[in-house]
Design a binder for this molecule. Structure first.
Ligand SMILES: Cc1ncc(COP(=O)(O)O)c(C=O)c1O
Length: 152
């Protein structure tokens, strides 16, 4: 995009990135692990699971960990969607909902946002049937669906 539009600096507002940088604690924790990069982490994340379970007051087996929520969305889609099922999502919304659903062969039922960029929950509800497996809700929605005209 930088090249396409000849821009020097871009402030990205659509990707949930933190323009202020990460917490110094994150940097510290990553630096501490640099000596162990050749070792596989335990995908079950037992230490993290135990701590988060304690913090939230829920059993550890009720938690799912992924490499970012992108991976969790992928897991949801792979688990529940297949040919013969359908899935309902707002449109436009986060691109990974549709991408994963299409890969898994589900029928995608897209519901346009209303004129204020809100999910049309009534319409989404009306599309549910016996083959609906996943309903994607995005809050705050990304993209917002409300576009600011630079001339306004
Ligand atoms: C709505 C939404 N869900 C999920 C993600 C993925 O985020 P991450 O994998 O960093 O948790 C993003 C990233 O922009 C997002 O906007």
């Amino acid at each position: 995009m930088r090249k396409e539009y000849g821009l020097e600096k871009i402030e990205k507002l659509a990707s949930n990135e933190n323009p202020f940088g990460s917490s110094p604690k994150v940097k510290e924790a990553i630096e501490k692990e640099l000596g162990q990069l050749t070792i596989y982490p335990d995908g079950h994340a037992p230490l993290l699971r135990e701590k988060v379970a304690r913090h939230l007051g829920v059993p550890g087996d009720r938690l799912i960990f992924g490499n970012g929520s992108d991976e969790v969305l992928h897991m949801v889609s792979r688990t529940f969607l297949e040919p013969g099922t359908n899935t309902i999502m707002p449109s436009p919304s986060f691109s990974q909902y549709k991408r994963n659903s299409v890969i898994d062969g589900a029928e995608v039922r897209e519901v346009p946002l209303d004129s204020r960029g809100r999910h049309d929950l009534e319409k989404m509800l009306s599309l549910i049937d016996g083959n609906t497996r996943v309903i994607w809700l995005c809050n705050p929605n990304n993209p917002t669906g409300v576009y600011i005209n630079k001339d306004d």
